[in-house]
Write a protein that binds this ligand. Sequence first.
Ligand SMILES: C[S@@+](CC[C@H](N)C(=O)[O-])C[C@H]1O[C@@H](n2cnc3c(N)ncnc32)[C@H](O)[C@@H]1O
Length: 198
Amino acid sequence: MAKIRDPLGHHDWNSPDYVSDWAERQDERERDRQEPFRLMAETIPYDKKAAMKILDLGAGYGALTQFLLQHFSNATAVCQDGSEEMAKLGGERMDDLKGRFSYILCDFSKQGWSRKLKGPFEAIVSSIAIHNVRTPDIIQRMYKELFPMVKPGGCFLNFDRTSPPLEDQMEWLKDAGFKEVKCFWKGGSRALFGGFRK
Ligand SMILES: C[S@@+](CC[C@H](N)C(=O)[O-])C[C@H]1O[C@@H](n2cnc3c(N)ncnc32)[C@H](O)[C@@H]1O
C-alpha cells in the first residue's frame, strides 16, 4: 500500500519510531478521553449484548475499539488505518481480544477507500483521526462515502479536533444523509459529534 502522508507534515504515521513514541505519550493521556469514549458507547443505539459490527476509522493501536469491544460484549470490529505500524501495535496491544477484530489497511483520504471494507456496520466510529486529512473537501467526500456503509438504524460518531469547524462538519454529515446530527460533548478543541441513519 502507498504510504499515507500528513499534508502538514506534523506526523509520520509510517515510521516505527514515530508511532511508538506517539503511543507512549498517548498512554499517559488515555485517562482524559475515557469520558467521551463512554459517552460514545452510550450513544450507539444498540444493546450492550447486540452482535454488532463496528468500524473504527483511523483506529491506530485500537484504544477506542478496545473500549467499545469491552462495552459491547458480542460485538466485532474492523479497525481501518493507513499505517502498518499502527496496525502491528494494535494487534499486540489487543491480544486479549483476538478473534473479535481485524485490521484493514487503506488511505481514507483517497476516493474509493470504502471498497476494501465489508459493510454494512451498525456503528462507524473514529477518534482523533479524520482531522489528519486537513482538506475540508476531502473530509466532506469521506462523510458521503461512509454514509451508505452505516446500517439503517445505525450511527456514525466522531471524537475529533474541531478543525475543520464543527458547524461545517455537522452540515456535511446532514448533506451526506445523516439525521439527528449533533454535538454530544465538547472539551477544549475536541468534540464528540455525529448522526444516525434512519
Ligand atoms: C492521532 S492517531 C489516533 C489513533 C486512534 N484512533 C486513537 O484515538 O488512539 C491518528 C491515526 O489516523 C491514521 N491516519 C492518518 N491519516 C490517515 C489516512 N489518510 N488514512 C488512514 N488512516 C490515517 C494514523 O495512521 C493514525 O493511526
